[in-house]
Design a protein around this ligand. Sequence first.
Ligand SMILES: C=C(O[C@@H]1C=C(C(=O)O)C=C[C@H]1O)C(=O)O
Length: 363
Amino acid sequence: MSDTPINLDDLRQRIDQLDGDILRLISERANCAQQVAHVKLAQDKDAIFYRPEREAQVLRRIMSLNQGPLDSEEMARLFREIMSACLALEQPVKVAYLGPEGTFTQQAALKHFGESAVSLPMAAIDEVFREVEAGAVHYGVVPVENSTEGVVNHTLDTFMDSSIKICGEVVLRIHHHLLISETTRRDKVSRIYSHPQSFGQCRKWLDAHYPHAERVPVSSNAEAAKLVKTEWHSAAIAGDMAAKLYGLERIADKIEDRPDNSTRFLIIGNQDVPLSGEDKTSIVVAMRNQPGALHDLLEPFHRHRIDLTRIETRPSRTGVWNYVFFIDFKGHRDEPQVAAVLEEVRLRASELRVLGSYPLGVL
Ligand SMILES: C=C(O[C@@H]1C=C(C(=O)O)C=C[C@H]1O)C(=O)O
């Protein structure tokens, strides 16, 4: 360190100069994005402006170039918002999510699309699918699995009745808090509202701290937060967004039983996403009900050394004890290895549908 005293005014002058440079560069970048929109439209009058594969590449590159002092996730979040604003200049992207406002799904939608997206709360997962199918919105965001409670069956089952595709994924660390309103008698809490998945993720904490409180499942944590506003003897399990949105006080923080509690959300839409370089593919497969069916299904993945990340079984609803398999694995359907596996599975299965290939979640 030099022994010259640091001059605050000089530093602020330097910050002002850098802010001017940043402002100019962001504006130049936004101009480029507008020109990209013109090129897209010239190539296709029905152009799709949001390009998940390109956005994933931009964020990965920023995180690899970053040398601090901001950490790479923080820097990527800044660029996420710059891209969100640039995309909005091309076309404001409309996104439906499992509401009401204040849910973790809304938080996931904002994390993935940024603040410049127009986000619309839906009352149920199948309504999110319907809005996307109807073209009322460009994309949807739905929860698909939690690290503590497992898969969200409703999301998987809705894919079976829909032609919707998976265009992306986003993972959110889930922190649950116990929330009360200003009228709640905190020593008289006899009822707790929350989504069933959240009760499952906080089971041990509740057994230890509120063993006698009635646990009332509701459609979402945000719904729970809304109910608590109207009752003096109840509390809600919900996240930061719901606490802020409904003006609730946190009387217990991070009550989830597992510190790594995370939920994975899917970005659903109507587009096939090109290769981004680090991708994932999701399929749903029906096999004939015969001995060795599961082995026949999985053997091509093993032989081609494809990394499976999830397998879920769901009733096919085409007869008793008939099941389908939802499988996620690393790789993109357009990569030779993956294409070869899919071709072999297609020959062995009674039905195979590729739900989508999409970039691995970046943020
Ligand atoms: C600028 C583009 O359009 C959008 C904005 C992007 C950006 O700001 O970097 C990247 C991908 C697209 O969602 C593009 O397709 O390159």
